[in-house]
Design a protein around this ligand. Structure first.
Ligand SMILES: [Cu+2]
Length: 139
């Protein structure tokens, strides 16, 4: 019986890395932001060097959105910028390292827009390192 339990644990440990590979690829899939009881579309976005997770979110037009940007870096500050004029959304916020920052807005038109980090370091801009994401606004 003990052997069986040990075997089960070994098998579980062996599968954890495989699972995390799969869950990582799932995170790049569009994530529909759930609407809370108060009608606000809320989601946590993990801000790391140099990524947003989820990096592709889907929200409904004309309904308030609150993004809780959760920095998990220990030193490097990042930012969250939406400056696409088509979107009608204007956000430019710094996300301090290791802190949470809430951004809120109400998307007024449908479409697919980009958000990105406008910071740069000695090795170039974070956007060049792929620190960007997509927000899709639907009916
Ligand atoms: Cu950045």
């Amino acid at each position: 019986m003990i052997r069986l339990a040990a075997l089960t644990i070994i098998l579980l440990l062996a599968f954890i890395p495989i699972y995390s590979v799969f869950s990582e690829s799932a995170d790049s899939a569009p994530k529909v932001v759930p609407t809370s009881e108060d009608g606000v579309q809320r989601i946590d976005i993990v801000v790391d060097s140099y990524s947003y997770n989820p990096g592709h979110i889907v929200v409904t037009v004309d309904k308030p959105v609150e993004l809780n940007l959760r920095s998990v870096t220990s030193v490097v500050p990042h930012s969250f910028v939406i400056d696409d004029p088509e979107s009608g959304i204007e956000i430019k916020e710094t996300v301090p390292s290791g802190k949470d920052l809430m951004v809120s807005f109400t998307p007024g038109q449908t479409g697919t827009f980009k958000f990105y980090c406008s910071k740069s370091g000695i090795f170039g801009s974070h956007l060049d390192k792929g620190m960007e994401g997509t927000i899709k606004v639907v009916e």
